[in-house]
Design a protein around this ligand. Structure first.
Ligand code: PMP
Ligand code: GLN
Length: 378
């Protein structure tokens, strides 16, 4: 039968993690921590199971968790979402994004993504029968190019997807850029998915500019986040989406027939654990220290490091190290140097190669020290 995704293979993250295991390399490719989470979070989930929270929760998610999410957004960004009508718990950000797309995109609708973009967006759009319109971020700086975004908007544009802090470039959108987007979208009916899974990883005193802070964006947005990133539990696959009631109603029509709902004890445990803001308020300092340790370790290597303002990724220009293209370089690096990385070309539709690779620094200090020592041999 004809493939629904004829151009899609296995994700680069799965491919690089398998190669890293095969070559006993230090895996700085796929983005996930190699350290554990807070034992208090494990206790909270355990307690929820033992308390008997093991049957289906409400379709939209565990009420106390929805309430905790709404309260956090209100405290941090000043917009009060209705926990009952405007917050939904999802099976990770991945399902939130797919479901938002399936709920809004009709056959032939155009969806603008900003390249480089996370690898699930475009296949999701295609599964919905939509047409992905790839607009590049400015090469070199990865800043949004509003003239190009504006030029890409047509009467068929249903949706724009943005992502800040940005995977893979580690840039964050400024307040001015969010305002510019708000102005640009004001005369349109374009909906927004704001992928904010790295919301709590911003460095050097920077401020995460959630779409929730901008009424003209929030009124049209699905704001997506992920507990996997914030609490070091990527394998739990629990995420959130906050959206105005009318958008949430359409989202839930799809969600109920997609996963129906998400596992109960983790939701109940997360609701308990969220009562303490310290774990996410402390995250910038925690990851900034890891970023700085890794960068210090790379002093003396010939990699040219790009700035990391947010996320747990560090990008490096390889042009003074190798003549290989990014993808070939990553293959070579894992086999010969014993470090796995991700080529940025994997996040572009046309395989655009700018000789930049991405390292994940969500790793134990000793992992980062070892990886840096290997990379200094370059
Ligand atoms: N969006 C971005 C930008 C991501 O980096 C990731 C995680 N790799 C996701 C979405 C998916 O998050 P989750 O694991 O919660 O599904
Ligand atoms: N988001 C992670 C990354 O960018 C990977 C998630 C996945 O493996 N699909 O590395």
């Amino acid at each position: 039968f004809p493939s629904k995704l004829p151009h899609v293979g296995t994700t680069i993250f799965t491919v690089m993690s398998a190669l890293a295991a095969e070559h006993q390399a230090v895996n700085l490719g796929q983005g996930f921590p190699d350290f554990g989470c807070d034992p208090r979070l494990l206790d909270a989930v355990n307690n929820a199971m033992r308390a008997g929270h093991n049957q289906y929760p409400p379709m939209s998610g565990w009420p106390a968790l929805r309430e905790a999410v709404a309260a956090k957004i209100a405290a941090l960004h000043g917009r009060r979402y209705d926990a009952n009508a405007e917050v939904t718990i999802t099976a990770g950000a991945t399902q939130a994004i797919l479901t938002a797309i399936l709920a809004t995109v009709q056959a032939g609708d155009e969806v603008i993504v900003l390249d480089p973009c996370y690898d699930s967006y475009v296949p999701n759009i295609e599964l919905a029968g939509g047409v992905a319109v790839r607009v590049p971020l400015t090469p070199g700086t990865f800043r949004p190019d509003f003239a190009r975004i504006s030029a890409a908007i047509t009467p068929r544009t249903r949706l724009l997807i943005i992502n800040s802090p940005h995977n893979p470039s580690a840039t964050i959108w400024s307040d001015a850029e969010m305002r510019q987007l708000e102005e640009l979208l004001a005369p349109t009916n374009v909906l927004l998915i704001s992928d904010e899974v790295y919301e709590h990883m911003v460095f050097d005193g920077g401020q995460h500019q959630s779409a929730a802070r901008f009424a003209g964006l929030a009124d049209r947005a699905f704001i997506v986040s992920s507990f996997g990133k914030t609490y070091h539990v990527t394998g739990w696959k629990v995420g959130t989406v906050a959206a105005p009631a009318a958008l949430t109603a359409e989202f839930r029509k799809v969600h109920q027939f997609n996963v129906f709902t998400v596992n109960t004890p983790m939701q109940a445990g997360l609701a308990q654990y969220m009562q303490d803001p310290a774990p996410y308020m402390d995250l910038p300092a925690f990851y900034q220290a890891k970023r700085d340790l890794f960068m210090r370790g790379l002093q003396g290597s010939r990699l040219k490091l790009l700035p990391t303002a947010g996320t747990y990724f560090l990008c490096a220009d390889i042009s003074s190290v190798s003549d290989l293209n990014e993808a070939e370089f990553c293959q070579w690096l894992v086999k010969e140097i014993g470090v796995a990385a991700i080529p940025l070309s994997a996040f572009y539709g046309n395989g655009f190669d700018q000789r930049v690779v991405r390292f994940c620094f969500a790793k134990k200090d000793e992992t980062l020290v070892e990886a840096a020592a290997r990379l200094r041999r370059l």
